[in-house]
Design a protein around this ligand. Structure first.
Ligand code: FAD
Length: 555
């Protein structure tokens, strides 16, 4: 790497042969990045040309009155330390503009990316303001890092706050009350049938979400975290472009934390293209979880595709609101990944409440019709000859529903940020592999939350956000969770953490189990819900606790 460099006139748009009216430096001066070097004047504008480097002025290449254009040499400078030498960013080395000065996010202590020209310079840029992203940004700011948080939507909080955990749990509380009041009749307390004012319920949820989103914006302001609204994509290993409707802003960063989360898997990803016959295109009766959290009507018959946590929570809500529910699941059990004994009490209860639960069944097609969505099934229970289900919980060849909720999983958003321009590896599914410090293959770029791997849970994202920020601040942090709790806020609720019995069997780990049936709990009997169970899983030899599970009302 050369110990001297020549700074040239950068791209100054359409201007050519512009007169130098001021030379602001002399040989022997020490200049910093963004120090003004010369002033140019055309018939339309006067502009200063700033330095792209830190160093000592060796020789001037221009004088007052000279005419210069893009590429004309201005000054030769010498670097006094290796830290002052430009980094390896050939694409950006010669693209200085006069824009960057004045819009710096704060004082930069390290000049590793100092030669990159950008509108904003920052220690840490966090891409995505979900629970992972805003936690990381706040922790980085608390640790003294100058931080920029980039979010495509006007509201902060990501999926969890806006269309995930918070609205679903708020509605599920309402669902719980509806169910309890109905069940009180068996104990001699009879309420009238509930009337649901749907717009009011949705407006209440929106107020709650807005209030929390404003709270996050307030916390960002308090910490002087600069929030940029727009879609962020990488331009190079130290530069991010943020594109909003109005403008494009570049952010040069020393460290980046990718927290772009995940999106609902669409029906097309499962090889199903909804057919339209006599109904409108883009049928509004075909929902994802965000649609289900902003209902316009309560469908009479709802098909929930996917018997995982999100699908079953939505089924719990819509069942309480009065819809007739069918759940269809490709696997042979609900909540795949959870031990069958924990799922059993839930299955037993919803078997009675729901119209159907089709296990080991695949949706093979969806057709929009005026009378509803015609859904075709294939799977174990179908009597092929008759084209009928062979009884309750055995799917027919097809059936018509008033709405279909697609809750078949979420896919990480790693493929949508031009990560390759920063050299960050994204796997074929869209996850970004990280080490225990949440570092990607590019050491100054980190990834957290849903985009950094399973499980896709908000509390995991929050914790990883703290780890990444602390690793950037050189604190001894790492993500080394022995147990991450998973919770289904169904009725009954199901939760588990650590090793499951199924995993122990698969891995050949010898375990012992301690289980407590709630039928022996006065509290459970008192609330009329004795189906619950609590279990602990121990290492058979050491008796060390390896996992735990619980199912029951308010588990
Ligand atoms: P996200 O919350 O997905 O946030 C990512 C953010 O990045 C988004 O705001 C997005 O707009 C933004 N973004 C993406 N790309 C760009 C870009 N290029 N430029 C700028 N911004 C970008 N988890 C739980 O732990 N408990 C629950 O009870 C729970 N319930 C859920 C219920 C539902 C219906 C759903 C859908 C999810 C639920 N989850 C729950 C999962 C939880 O929401 C996620 O695990 C969590 O939100 C992940 O956080 P994150 O920070 O990784 O990403």
């Amino acid at each position: 790497m050369a110990k001297t460099t020549t700074i040239e006139v950068p791209d100054i748009g359409d201007f050519k042969d512009v007169e130098v009216i001021e030379v602001l430096i002399s040989p022997g001066d020490r200049i910093e990045i963004d120090s003004p070097l010369i002033t140019l004047e055309s018939d339309k504008a006067t502009m200063e040309v700033p330095s792209r480097h830190t160093g000592l002025v060796k020789a001037l290449k221009v004088a007052i009155g000279d005419k210069v254009s893009m590429g004309s040499p201005i000054v030769e400078i010498a670097f006094e330390t290796s830290a002052e030498m430009p980094g390896e960013d050939p694409g950006l080395e010669n693209t200085a503009t006069t824009k960057a000065s004045g819009s710096t996010a704060g004082e930069i202590k390290d000049t590793a990316f100092g030669d990159i020209n950008a509108d904003i310079r920052t220690d840490v840029v966090v891409l995505g303001a979900g629970p992972g992203g805003y936690t990381a940004a706040f922790r980085a700011a608390d640790l003294g890092k100058n931080t920029v948080l980039v979010e495509r939507y006007p509201a902060l909080g990501g999926v969890c706050l806006n269309v995930g955990c918070i609205p679903s749990k708020a509605y599920l509380h309402t669902a719980g009350i509806l169910n309890e009041t109905r069940e009180m009749a068996a104990r001699g307390v009879v309420f009238g049938e509930a009337k649901i004012d749907l717009p009011k319920l949705v407006a209440w949820k929106n107020r709650l979400v807005n209030r929390l989103a404003k709270g996050i914006a307030g916390l960002a302001k308090q910490r002087k975290v600069r929030v940029l609204q727009g879609i962020g994509t990488f331009v190079s290993p130290n530069l991010l472009r943020v594109q909003s409707e109005e403008e494009s802003v570049t952010v040069a960063f020393e460290h980046a934390i990718i927290a772009v989360g995940s999106r609902a898997v669409e029906i097309s990803a499962m090889g199903i293209t909804p057919k339209t016959t006599d109904a409108p295109k883009d049928d509004p009766r075909l929902w994802n979880s965000s649609d289900a959290l902003n209902p316009k009507t309560i469908p009479e018959r709802l098909l929930v595709m996917g018997g995982g946590i999100i699908g079953l929570e939505m089924a719990t809500l819509y069942n309480a609101l009065g819809a007739r529910i069918t759940v269809v699941e490709l696997q042979d059990s609900l909540i795949p990944g959870c031990d069958p004994d924990l799922v059993r009490p839930l299955k037993k209860r919803i078997d009675k409440q729901y119209e159907n639960i089709f296990l080991s069944t695949r949706v093979t097609g969806i057709e929009s019709r005026t009378e509803g969505l015609k859904v075709s099934f294939s799977g174990q229970g179908i009597d092929q000859a008759a084209g009928q289900g062979t009884g309750k919980n055995n799917a027919p060849e097809s059936d018509i529903f008033d709405a279909v909720l697609v809750a078949v999983g979420r896919s990480p958003a790693g493929g949508q940020i031009a990560a390759e321009k920063a050299g960050v590896h994204v796997d074929e599914r869209g996850f970004i592999p990280v080490d225990k410090k949440q570092r990607t293959n590019v050491p100054h770029i980190f990834a957290i939350g849903d985009v950094a791997g399973q499980p896709m849970l908000a509390h995991k994202a929050v914790h990883q956000g703290k780890v990444a920020a602390e690793a950037i601040a050189n604190l001894p942090a790492q993500f080394d969770a022995r147990a991450i709790p998973s919770v289904a806020y169904t009725d009954p609720e199901v939760a588990w953490m650590g090793l499951t019995e199924t995993e122990a069997k698969e891995k050949g780990i010898e375990i012992e189990k301690g289980a407590f049936p709630w039928a022996a709990s006065g509290r459970a009997l008192g609330i009329g819900r004795e189906e619950g169970m609590t279990k602990l899983i121990f290492d058979a030899k050491t008796k060390r606790l390896l996992g735990a599970g619980i199912v029951g009302r308010s588990a």
